[in-house]
Ligand binder design. Structure first.
Ligand code: C2E
Ligand code: MG
Ligand code: MG
Ligand code: MG
Length: 285
């Protein structure tokens, strides 16, 4: 037993575990410092969304990156989870919202009116100060109705609290639109979906990647499109990488697309030039 306990103790204090815990703490401290003292470490990339029917850019999704002084450019998969667990997501989420609105205003000043979608963590929606914060941004940057879309995953619809639903409606009153991200991967029922003011479904790239296949994934895409039509929602396909996927989606009646086929997430200036270079060059109006 002593030997067993000794082994367990040894495992508990194994150097790898210490290293992992230390790394997490270090990263959390670094993120807190970045948010407080050096927000220039954070940067938003923007991935265009196109209407493949008209070739026009219909919007873009803001995707956060972290230029860590030692680790280099970090993707959200490497720090969003940590930010959520530590509560730093609230501050990070505010920075993302503010920066996306500021960028949209800069584009507007340069003649480009482009809706921006921002990913929201459920933690942010549970905070009572989200609505006043967004109201402040809408006023400060003169965000027109429909120009700011908030992306949520299905997990964010699991909260039954009436106050939670009120936040949705308050944000909608401010002119925000809502998109359901990674659609098809969660467990939200139709009845639940109907209770929330969702404007758009984003079909997860897992279903897009196997197109055209004629199998289950294609059936999910078809069902999503028909349900969205009935419920008056738009649909955008995520992760479109190939011409075959694009054609298959178009044949099914899905015209809104986002993916490497068109562009990777781009720094703000490159996004601006990407849109300006489109055959159907776009300007304000
Ligand atoms: P998401 O919201 O589903 O964003 C789409 C992700 O798919 C992005 O990854 C994008 O770069 C990637 N992607 C786009 N087109 C393609 C494609 O054709 N093929 C493939 N293989 N991938 C494609 P990214 O930027 O690494 O972001 C990952 C996730 O991190 C996002 O998934 C979102 O859930 C989260 N995230 C990003 N920015 C934020 C943020 O500001 N706040 C919060 N709370 N979450 C964020
Ligand atoms: Mg998203
Ligand atoms: Mg997604
Ligand atoms: Mg995702």
């Amino acid at each position: 037993a002593a030997k067993q306990a000794g082994r367990d103790t040894l495992r508990y204090y194994s150097p790898e575990m210490n290293t992992q815990a230390m790394e997490r703490l270090t990263l959390e401290r670094d993120l807190r410092r970045a948010l407080l003292d050096d927000p220039a470490q954070l940067v938003l990339y923007y991935q265009p969304q196109l209407d493949a029917d008209t070739g026009r850019c219909i919007g873009c999704e803001a995707l956060v990156r972290w230029r860590h002084p030692l680790r280099g450019l970090m993707l959200p998969g490497e720090f969003i989870g940590l930010a959520e667990r530590s509560g730093l997501i609230v501050e990070l989420g505010r920075w993302v919202l503010a920066e996306a609105c500021a960028e949209q205003a800069r584009w507007a000043a340069a003649g480009l009116l482009l809706p921006v979608s921002v990913n929201l963590s459920p933690v942010q929606l549970e905070r009572s100060d989200l609505t006043p914060y967004v109201r402040g941004l809408v006023q400060r940057y003169q965000i027109a109705p429909g120009m700011l879309e908030l992306e949520l995953t299905e997990g964010a619809l699991m909260n039954e609290d009436a106050r939670y639903l009120e936040v949705f409606h308050a944000l909608m009153q401010l002119g925000c639109r809502f998109a359901l991200d990674d659609f098809g991967t969660g467990y939200s029922s139709l009845s639940r979906l109907k209770r929330f003011p969702i404007n758009r479904l984003k079909i997860d790239r897992a279903f897009v990647s196997t197109l055209p296949g004629g199998g289950d994934d294609e059936a999910v895409v078809r069902a999503t499109l028909s349900m969205a039509r009935d419920m008056g929602m738009d649909v955008v396909a995520e992760g479109v990488e190939t011409a075959e996927q694009q054609l298959s989606l178009l044949a099914m009646g899905c015209t809104q697309m986002q993916g490497y086929r068109f562009a990777r997430p781009l720094p703000a200036a490159e996004l601006y030039h990407f849109v300006a270079r489109l055959p159907q060059a776009q300007s304000s109006g």
